[in-house]
Design a protein. Structure first.
Lengths: 355, 330
């Protein structure tokens, strides 16, 4: 069976023009530059990277919200174009980052959630209303919320509305573009739990775009790391976090501060900023910031190579890098873990009593 | 040695048709010399209003209703407005989350740093200030500072802009730097650079830092002391080591459980149910009670006082430590 989503050599170049009347092209922004990946049914693929690496553009290209410069997107074996686009738009839905900007302030929640069903001609007015009630329940909201407007909700609740809207047409793939990065940590955890729960219940696949590696660690089955429009490493979650092979992946991981003062000083910043995608460095695009860069890296762009089952890395020297020190399974202090377990138990009991 | 900053019983309120709404409600804190106090909490917990209160920059219709803010023993709330202007940017400096909105887009960054220096030094010559501004840019590790001097904010990356803000804040050698979510808008690699820079500058100058953030990772990396805020009050405070090793307040536990960790694989995050109550509808008793899984009837009576649970470790919870409270919860 073919993968649910297959993306091959996807490219998006934006021309940079100078002048107004006789505009001439003076350069190209290579926002996405030859990206390939696949997503199996029921799987979560996370794309991570810093701002400007092209991860959101990739999401929009998959949805065909913008036209690619080159490459193909196949959904369930069918190439997405023209006539196939309408089905794709039902079977693939999206949840956006900003729950304040992605809901129409003039529509009641019921109308927002019912709109995709109307667009795709699903059901009657009554059956759609019943479905809205059901969806609100699924995402942890109450039926009376249907008659309210977006401004009456908090950020976390709005994100739940966005998720209900995405679920309305029973999609197989949901593209989540930074779905929790605008939320507070306690609310972030609620939404992350909800997304995982919905995935289990409906066998959903996710393309999860994020910059927060800790959230990705919790959500993803596989991870693709992007830098300046290209995938530099892709592997199952465990391999990415325990044995990352690309220097950029390692740099990202070691930049994360851990919620544990015992590990203070483990953060190792790398120098420099992300270079401009209009004028990316020659050879390996990471060579300007890479601590292991050699002459070959400046001249020759590394290909993605298979170095372990399912583990592909675009680095000339991936095999010869020093061993990575993994942080896996250090965990919290025993007292903190024990109290957290009590918290979880008390919370479960309280939920049971509330019925 | 007495602490650099002592906040006592600080209360900041906003006037409304229904009476005063508290944003900061009876906060006691101390900032030791040369150390970092981390204040952690979610949006709306009052952490930013607390820092604006210290600077006496509370926007109308808000006002400081009670309390004392002692900097080196002097109560800032007693100062005249001109006296306070000398403190701001002089002894106490502040940096904010979004450096783009804090910098003037139509002036070169070097001139903006010179302006900050001029406000506290009317005698230095222009060339002297220019040299000092370039030195300040160099100190925050901006490459080619003499060339960057003439650049505008939009020509700089987010990380570079935050460096400029830090250079400006440190221009007059403050004793205290208040950093309000200084790295929240930045990528994680750039965040690591900025945190590293702040640590080095602190070691160099011996300044104290109040670091306000929602990120427990940043707190664990930077703070010597930690205060957890919830709905305008301190829920728990202590040294960072103690607080992470033995968290007492259920809210602290909920926060710790909400954060996905790289060093643990759990199926489900321990989310806190519900959301922060708005300041105009605060519960009468403990403000965390509606969301707290350990809550009992007594929690609804009065706000619990901040009590010492271990030396230097305080928690405002009548149910702490939670392992002693299982009988009633069961």
């Amino acid at each position: 069976m073919s993968a649910l989503l297959e993306v091959e050599n996807l490219t998006k170049h934006y021309p940079v023009k100078k002048g107004i009347v006789l505009a001439r092209q003076v350069g190209t922004v290579r926002a996405v530059d030859g990206v390939s990946f696949r997503i199996e049914r029921g799987e979560t693929l996370a794309i991570v990277g810093e701002s400007g690496c092209g991860k959101s553009t990739t999401a929009r290209l998959v949805l065909r919200l913008i036209e690619p410069t080159g490459g193909t997107v196949r959904f369930d074996g069918l190439e997405v174009s023209g006539a196939a686009l309408r089905t794709l738009r039902r079977r693939v839905q999206v949840v956006f980052q900003d729950p304040y900007a992605s809901l129409n302030p003039r529509l009641r929640v019921a109308d927002t959630i019912a709109e995709p069903m109307e667009v795709h001609g699903i059901g009657t007015a009554e059956s759609r209303a019943a479905r809205v009630k059901e969806l609100l329940g699924l995402v942890g909201l109450a039926p009376f919320h249907a008659q309210r407007y977006p401004h009456e909700f908090s950020g976390g609740q709005r994100q739940r509305i966005g998720i209900a809207r995405a679920l309305a047409v029973q999609p197989e793939l949901i593209i989540c573009d930074e779905p929790v990065s605008a939320l507070d940590v306690s609310i972030q955890a609620q939404v992350v739990n909800l997304l995982k729960d919905l995935q289990r219940r409906f066998g959903l696949s996710y393309l999860f775009i994020a910059h927060d590696l800790a959230v990705v660690h919790h959500m993803a089955d596989r991870v693709a790391v992007m830098y300046l429009g290209q995938i530099v490493e892709t592997a199952p979650k465990r391999a990415i976090f325990d044995a990352p092979m690309h220097p950029y992946t390692r740099a990202l991981l070691s930049a994360i501060p851990h919620p544990d003062p015992r590990r203070r000083g483990m953060v190792k910043p790398i120098g420099g900023d992300v270079p401009s995608p209009m004028n990316p460095p020659s050879g390996c695009r990471f060579h300007t910031r890479c601590p292991f860069a050699q002459d070959r890296c400046k001249a020759e762009m590394p290909e993605l190579r298979d170095l372990a089952p399912g583990h592909r890395v675009a680095c000339h020297f991936a095999e010869t890098l020093p061993a990575h020190i993994s942080v896996a399974e250090n965990g919290m202090s025993p007292v903190a873990s024990q109290r957290l377990a009590l918290y979880a138990a008390a919370k479960a009991r309280k939920a049971l009593q509330a019925g | 040695m007495n602490p650099l900053l002592e906040i006592q019983g600080l209360r900041t309120v906003f006037r409304s048709a229904n009476g005063d709404i508290p944003a900061v409600d009876g906060v006691d804190l101390t900032v030791p010399r040369g150390k970092t106090l981390g204040i952690v909490g979610e949006s709306g917990c009052g952490k930013s209003m607390l820092s604006l209160s210290v600077m006496r920059l509370v926007p109308r219709p808000g006002r400081i209703a009670a309390g004392r803010v002692l900097l080196d023993g002097q109560n800032l709330l007693d100062l005249s407005e001109s006296g306070m202007r000398a403190v701001r940017g002089g002894q106490v400096a502040m940096i904010f989350q979004e450096p783009m909105t804090s910098l003037n887009p139509v002036h070169p960054i070097g001139l903006q740093i010179m302006e900050a220096m001029r406000a506290h030094d009317t005698r230095a010559s222009k060339t002297e200030l220019r040299d000092r501004a370039i030195a300040a840019l160099d100190r925050v590790r901006i490459p080619a500072p003499a060339r960057r001097f003439d650049e505008f904010p939009h020509q700089l990356s987010g990380g570079m802009r935050q460096r400029v803000m830090i250079a400006m804040a440190l221009a007059c050698k403050p004793k205290l730097l208040i950093a309000d979510e200084p790295t929240t808008a930045l990528d994680v690699t750039v965040q690591a650079q900025i945190l590293d820079l702040l640590k080095d500058l602190q070691a160099e100058t011996g300044m104290s830092i109040v670091l306000i953030t929602h990120d427990l990772g940043v707190i664990a990396e930077m703070a010597d002391e930690v205060a957890v805020m919830y709905a305008g009050r301190i829920a728990e405070r202590g040294t960072a080591t103690e607080l992470f090793a033995s968290p007492q307040h259920p809210y602290t536990l909920g926060l710790l459980g909400s954060v996905p960790r790289l060093d643990e694989s759990r199926d489900e995050l321990l989310a806190i149910e519900g959301s922060v109550p708005p300041p105009f509808a605060l519960p009468k008793g403990c403000r965390f009670e509606p969301r707290c899984p350990f809550a009992i009837a007594a929690c609804r009576n009065a706000p619990p006082p901040l009590e010492e649970v271990a030396p230097g470790h305080y928690a405002a919870c009548i149910r702490a430590p939670v392992e002693n409270s299982l009988d009633i919860a069961a």
